[in-house]
Design a protein around this ligand. Structure first.
Ligand code: ADP
Length: 223
């Protein structure tokens, strides 16, 4: 069976100016260890689909199955648990907590789990920050870091619970080409070394080129 399967997804928004049909019947299967790039014009519905696949946004119709469970039939707590334990998220604008240091940002998703061992979690977070090249930045807050550094903190944070799937929404969208390449290299290495599955929404040709599969999307449908 596929690790992640999407069937018949529909999504709309009720806007004062009228109903906006954003996803019009999406089917997609992702194997464990895949690198899937979802590409297409702005407004195609890519981010909405990624959020739905990641258990962040309920579809109007259809199913998202992960490890043979229907994500949106789980209760909110269970779904939050799947998101925290099995999924990692990387966004274009990093979404780090501004009041916390790099190290604290990386630690937090692990502390959500009951019985977390703070010393062990800290040691792991340090290792991850070292891995993404931020050994000199543990105590820096997001505003004291460059965009590329913030994104590397976000990657370390996404990895702290050893997720099976990493969902990335324009991970290089706000970076210069050199930092962008660093981020792509890191993501591909995670896939190759740890067999972590990547689902990436991107405009970045160089990500698409290095993906196993490119899924073009247009006007709420896969092509
Ligand atoms: P993409 O990631 O491909 O650029 P999105 O998934 O972000 O596309 O958005 C798809 C469409 O959904 C866009 O036309 C956008 O205007 C619309 N949309 C997104 N969020 C909302 C919302 N909260 N209310 C109304 N329309 C929305």
């Amino acid at each position: 069976a596929f690790m992640l399967e999407v069937f018949g997804i529909h999504k709309h928004y009720d806007h004062p100016s009228g109903k906006v049909q954003v996803l019009k019947g999406i089917d997609l299967k992702v194997n464990s260890g895949d690198v899937v790039a979802i590409v297409g014009p702005s407004g195609a519905g890519k981010s909405t689909l990624l959020h739905i696949m990641g258990g962040l946004d309920r579809p109007a119709e259809g199913q998202v199955r992960f490890d043979d469970e229907d994500l949106y039939r789980l209760n909110e707590n269970k779904r939050a648990q799947v998101r925290n334990q099995k999924f990692g998220f990387i966004f274009q604008f990093y979404h780090l907590l501004p009041e916390f240091t790099a190290l604290e940002n990386v630690i937090l998703p692990a502390l959500v789990e009951k019985n977390a061992d703070l010393d062990a979690v800290k040691a792991k977070a340090v290792k991850l920050l070292d891995k993404v090249g931020l050994s000199q930045r543990y105590e820096h807050k997001p505003h004291e870091l460059s965009g590329g550094e913030q994104q590397r903190v976000a990657i370390a944070r996404a990895l702290i619970n050893e997720p099976k799937v990493i969902f990335c929404d324009e991970p290089t969208g706000n970076l210069d080409s050199e930092s962008g390449k660093g981020v792509i290299d890191l993501l591909m290495e995670l896939n190759q070394k740890n067999k972590q599955t990547l689902v990436i929404v991107t405009h970045d040709e160089s990500i698409a080129k290095r993906s196993h599969r490119v899924v073009p999307m247009r006007d709420g449908k896969l092509q």
